[in-house]
Write a protein that binds this ligand. Structure first.
Ligand code: EMZ
Length: 386
């Protein structure tokens, strides 16, 4: 298997049964594996709800390590739509020319720094830095703040050996509390201040609501973006012809990014709590149990994607669900797409080739399913294009 390949552990269960069962802290999860079912269940928020006990739709469940409801992620319609309407414009800013220009400057600088170094470890010395610096644009706060988030290291929201390390999660929660207090004292043009003055159902958002939105903004786009960036580098390292092709055909970079995101599926799945007895692929789904919508499996469904395990840079029909589907689709998707587009464009301009020197894979284990999502570390050498 090549180093950049991410195989599909769900294929057999998806074709044979459509469902995979995993135990999670004695609150089992039935994973929905087929594209059609994933989309149907995502759309049916009445039966498959997000607004359950905070943390329960996350797998592994976070009910034991947090009380704050993440917004709008853990809220169902109609309130979900009302919260979303408050913040949607803010999360569309990545489409603005000025935002893109500033992101381009950040990524130019990082790639130049990287080329000067030559050899480096991509996860901690490239992807984490890129993600943290870019987040300053999304929050509209000073660039220097990225240093704080970089200093937390990769494993701040979950420690290396324990995905449910409450003490680690508290670093983020305490930080956000402090930033909210600062914004109350000294309001600015940043996301905290904007949220604190937003009006929801005739009143301003509470500190707890602002915290819920901020936790989601920090956590949802951290591992996911870091893995997507790292996997992009490893893909181009092993497929220099693809880099060359995109250099010659920059007009397909948008399509290529969609295809990379489909293939990587940085977020494997997301849960829902079942509100009434139901059935999926002839399996009984009991009221108050949990299902998960397995984006990673749906994105390899051969009934939708031809040659699903191949990266086809200009894939024509690409209805992937890597950013979720329906009401709860990813708020940060514009930002993530823009990061990947700018990154790919910059690599085509500045980088001739990338050599992988050593690596260690990062796997998730979901019962019988073991899925590579990226790398724990990957040392590479970047070679400059003359
Ligand atoms: C939650 C989740 C959001 C969760 C879109 O995903 O990301 C996970 O990394 C967090 O642990 O709390 O924010």
């Amino acid at each position: 298997m090549s180093k950049s390949e991410l195989s599909d552990p769900f294929e057999k269960a998806r074709t044979e049964k459509g469902i995979g069962v995993i135990n999670d802290q004695n609150d089992p999860v039935q994973m929905v594996l087929r594209h059609k079912d994933v989309r149907r269940c995502a759309h049916n928020w009445k039966t498959y709800q997000s607004g359950a006990e905070p943390g329960r739709i996350v797998v592994p469940s976070e009910v034991k390590i947090r009380d704050t409801r993440q917004i709008p992620f853990e809220v169902d319609p109609p309130e979900h739509g009302e919260y979303r309407a408050l913040i949607e414009d803010w999360f569309r800013r990545p489409l603005n020319e000025d935002y893109e220009k500033r992101l381009q400057e950040q990524i130019n600088l990082l790639v130049e720094e990287t080329l000067d170094l030559g050899k480096l470890e991509v996860v901690s010395e490239f992807a984490l830095i890129l993600q943290s610096r870019a987040l300053t644009l999304l929050l509209n706060i000073p660039y220097e703040e990225a240093q704080t988030w970089i200093s937390w290291g990769i494993h701040v929201f979950r420690s290396e050996d324990n995905p449910l390390d409450g003490a680690k999660a508290n670093i983020l929660y305490d930080y956000i509390d402090a930033q909210i207090d600062k914004a109350i004292e000294n309001p600015g043009e940043d996301l905290y201040s904007t949220l604190l003055s937003s009006v929801f159902q005739g009143r301003t958002l509470t500190k707890e609501e602002v915290k819920g939105i901020m936790i989601l903004t920090f956590a949802g786009g951290r591992d996911t973006v870091i893995n997507a960036v790292t996997n992009t580098i490893s893909y181009f390292a092993e497929n220099p012809k693809s880099l060359e092709r995109l250099r010659n055909e920059p007009e397909i970079i948008g399509k290529a990014v969609e295809e990379l995101v489909r293939y990587f599926s940085p977020l494997t799945h997301m849960g829902r709590v079942v509100t009434e007895n139901a059935e999926i692929c002839e399996h009984a789904i009991k009221k108050d149990s949990r299902i998960s919508l397995c984006w990673a499996s749906a994105n390899r469904d051969a009934s939708v994607f031809e040659n699903p395990n191949e990266i086809i840079l200009d894939r024509k029909m690409n209805p992937h669900v890597a950013f979720g589907f329906s009401h709860h689709n990813c708020l940060g998707a514009h930002h993530a797409r823009q990061i990947l587009k700018v990154l790919v464009k910059t690599l085509t301009h500045k980088v001739q080739s990338i050599d992988i020197l050593s690596h260690q894979d990062n796997h998730e284990e979901w019962g019988e399913f073991k899925r590579k999502v990226g790398f724990e570390r990957i040392e590479v050498n970047f070679n400059r294009r003359d």
